[in-house]
Design a protein around this ligand. Structure first.
Ligand SMILES: Nc1ncnc2c1ncn2[C@@H]1O[C@H](C[S@+](CC[C@H]([NH3+])C(=O)[O-])CC(=O)[O-])[C@@H](O)[C@H]1O
Length: 321
């Protein structure tokens, strides 16, 4: 399944990853597959093979071909709908608009002005979801964009999008079913992104250390996460749920986060954006029909989560290794 991606690793400055990666992927293929993965991958395999005439890796990641028939469009829509919920996007694929739960382009607009020129870079996106931001990283000049995420539905979504892309782009975007904890100390990426993951980790300091271990000397970390207002000693550890999410552990203030980064040995850590998530950024759509942000907030006071905590506020922090 990952043959071409492993060849790309071998030909990249990350070739030392091959000491771990083939074995981990083989183990995953034998032991760890989700019960529905085969069904999802069958959908991907059934997508029509279409020549990409027009490609845009912009706010809506787009691949089109004028000659696609209505029948083919319906077929694509039907197959992609079997991969719901689609959380991170949006995408436009041969006449099919995938209006995802998240407008991930809003996040990218907050991040992109601060990351410098990615030209020629090897970039890693830890917790990359459907891989939407991997395409935006290529748009920003990255030579290769590598994503890792344990979510197997998201892998199928990534593969569905990638197979529509021109070959030259397919060879530059990669997705592995790994958690951050599965990564050896590669010390090789020019930029490591991790957006929307820190609060899911039980041990945020270990997490930051694991991210640091992926960076080459002088490389940059782009960290995006939930934050609360407060000083260097403020950290919210919610009860069983935060905004109805069960697996949320640490939500620090930006001052605390800068302090953690410094303790972990990062240099020049700075907050480049802070923003309260608006209902227009995360909402139910035809492609994610379940509950979304509006259901996670106090119906009488949108400045609070349904549990009474401060409503989701997110910061982007950049730091150097
Ligand atoms: N151990 C882990 N290692 C790596 N990833 C993980 C792990 N555990 C969960 N994830 C993945 O982290 C992603 C978090 S979503 C952010 C997506 C994108 N980055 C975005 O900024 O839009 C935000 C949210 O759902 O709250 C999911 O895709 C998980 O599967």
């Amino acid at each position: 399944m990952f043959k071409n991606d492993l060849i790309a690793v071998a030909q990249s400055p990350l070739s030392h990853w091959l000491t771990h990666l083939p074995q981990q992927l083989a183990h995953w293929e034998q032991q760890q597959q989700h019960g529905e993965l085969h069904k999802w991958l069958r959908c991907v395999a059934q997508l029509p093979k279409l020549e990409p005439e027009h490609v845009e890796l912009s706010d809506t990641v787009t691949v089109t071909n004028q000659g696609v028939s209505e029948g083919e469009q319906n077929r694509i829509r039907g197959l992609l709908q079997q991969l719901t919920p689609w959380r991170k996007g949006p995408f436009h694929l041969h006449g099919v608009d995938i209006d995802t739960e998240w407008r991930s382009d809003f996040k990218w607009q907050r991040v992109a002005p601060h990351i410098g020129d990615l030209t020629g870079q090897q970039v890693l996106d830890v917790g990359c979801g459907s891989g939407y931001h991997l395409w935006r990283m290529l748009e920003s000049g990255a030579e290769q964009a590598w994503g890792v995420d344990p979510g197997q539905l998201f892998m199928a979504q990534f593969m569905a999008v990638r197979q529509f892309m021109p070959k030259a782009l397919q060879q530059r975007a990669h997705w592995f079913p790994l958690g951050v904890e599965d990564l050896p100390e590669l010390k090789a990426f020019d930029t490591v992104f991790s957006m929307g993951v820190l609060y899911h980790r039980r041990s945020p300091i270990d997490f930051l250390t694991q991210l640091k271990a992926q960076l080459r000397q002088g490389g940059q970390l782009v960290l995006e996460t939930l934050v609360v207002e407060g000083d260097v000693n403020t950290v919210l550890v919610p009860g069983q749920t935060y905004a109805k999410m069960r697996n949320v552990w640490f939500i620090p203030s930006t001052a605390a986060l800068l302090h953690w980064l410094e303790r972990c040995g990062f240099k020049n850590a700075r907050v480049v954006d802070e923003n309260v998530t608006e209902l227009s950024e995360q909402r139910a759509t035809e492609w994610m029909t379940g509950q979304s942000l509006v259901d996670f907030l106090d119906p009488n006071d949108h400045s609070k989560s349904i549990e009474g905590y401060p409503a989701p506020r997110r910061a982007v922090i950049i730091a150097n290794n």
